[in-house]
Design a protein around this ligand. Structure first.
Ligand SMILES: Cc1ncc(COP(=O)(O)O)c(C=O)c1O
Length: 381
């Protein structure tokens, strides 16, 4: 195709799309031999019951559309959380559920609040739907101060635990935030809640403005199935359905519906995986501490860490050369941190070995803060 044709086709873009800066997901490398600690996937396989259900669903019924209401899955989720199906919405990953929430519930011509260090998809949804984003600074320790959310707004979005910090907000403080915002939808994104935070589902009865969003991508080890869901007052769920049915009536295919239902039913398996991951997390915190890192207190399946002397960008690059992927965000406040997904115990050990070797080649070695240059660069292998 010629450059002229290229330019002509670009001129056909909708004006709003020209202004968009889309979300950039973590790298999904091709080929084998990578240790992937960059997208907070689960390092263990999904429940065998999920795989069996997906296999069973893969038959000639695939010629038929799936149930557009996903009733059986919503019923299973409702049973699991003590709700009714009308309080449950399901979508193609929690990213889609969040997108519908921004469109259906957060477009009021007033700014939407979320932490300044948070999931980087939120400002993208704001741009997509013409919502003014208003990032609210976390405190110096990267904690949410709920008092800062007492200001005029068109809605609030809070990941709990927060990402990429991993820090959880206690339910008492979330309750204060909800009490202070009776007229705003408060979306609590619980993508990582199973790794150590308290769920806000118990507050749904009391606060009709609360929408809790979950995913099967992390603790259920099903990032590849693309299933997320939201729980809240029936009227909030109704608004999500209006948007969904104005966009795609069948966001979940037959295989996803079957697999997701089996996953929700196999809660014991999820608990086992979460326990294994939190045990590796605590081990890794200790090991990274010994190497001169400071990790924020994590209630998630990842750590957010900075080294006392070595630059995060250099560590990221040196690890990548050893085929270990972690996440580095070139953003104000956090560009000297690495977000490290908890892998299998063997992967965590390989990471520690690699970091030990990388840091031994730095001028400051593995020395901790005192007297060391905060920006020492690293010799790559
Ligand atoms: C805070 C948070 N919310 C939502 C998501 C989206 O998850 P998914 O679309 O896989 O359900 C992620 C993914 O990393 C996340 O970190």
């Amino acid at each position: 195709m010629s450059l002229k044709q290229d330019a002509a086709a670009r001129a056909l873009w909708s004006p709003a799309v020209r202004e968009l800066h889309a979300y950039v997901p973590g790298e999904q490398p091709q080929g084998t031999g990578w240790i992937k600690l960059n997208t907070n996937e689960c390092p263990y396989p999904p429940s065998p019951r999920v795989l069996e259900a997906v296999r069973e669903a893969a038959d000639e019924r695939l010629r038929l559309y799936p149930d557009p209401t996903a009733l059986a899955l919503r019923q299973t989720i409702a049973n699991r959380f003590g709700l009714v199906p009308e309080q449950v919405f399901v979508g193609n990953g929690s990213d889609e559920v969040l997108a519908h929430a921004f469109c259906a519930l957060l477009r009021h011509g007033r700014p939407v609040l979320f932490p300044d260090v948070s999931y980087s998809f939120y400002p993208v949804y704001c741009a997509l739907y013409g919502i003014e984003p208003q990032p609210v600074p976390l405190d110096a320790d990267f904690c949410v101060r709920v008092a800062d959310y007492r200001r005029g707004n068109g809605g609030i979005v809070l990941p709990n635990p927060n990402a990429p910090t991993g820090i959880a907000l206690p339910l008492t403080e979330l309750t204060q935030l909800l009490e202070g915002n009776p007229g705003s939808v408060v979306v609590v994104d619980e993508a990582y809640v199973d790794f150590g935070a308290d769920s806000a589902v118990t507050l749904i009865e009391r606060f009709p403005q609360l929408l809790v969003v979950r995913t099967l991508s992390k603790s259920a080890a099903l990032a590849g199935l693309r299933v997320g869901f939201a729980m809240g007052h029936t009227s909030l769920i109704e608004a999500l359905n209006v948007v969904k049915d104005s966009f795609n009536s069948y966001p979940l295919d037959r295989l996803a519906l079957a697999g997701a239902q089996a996953a929700i039913e196999d809660d014991a398996y999820l608990q086992t995986l979460s326990a294994r991951i939190t045990a590796s997390r605590e081990w890794l915190v200790q090991q990274l501490g010994d190497l001169g890192f400071r990790c924020l207190p994590s209630s998630a399946n990842f750590l957010f860490a900075r080294h006392a002397c070595a630059r995060a960008a250099d560590l990221f690059a040196a690890l990548r050369e050893r085929r270990i992927l972690v996440r580095h965000f070139r953003q104000p406040r956090i560009d000297n941190h690495l977000r490290i997904t908890i892998g299998t115990q063997a992967e965590c050990e390989a990471l520690v070995d690699a970091l030990r070797s990388i840091l031994s080649k730095t001028p400051a070695g593995t020395a901790t803060a005192a007297g060391a240059s905060p920006t020492a660069s690293i010799g790559t292998p």
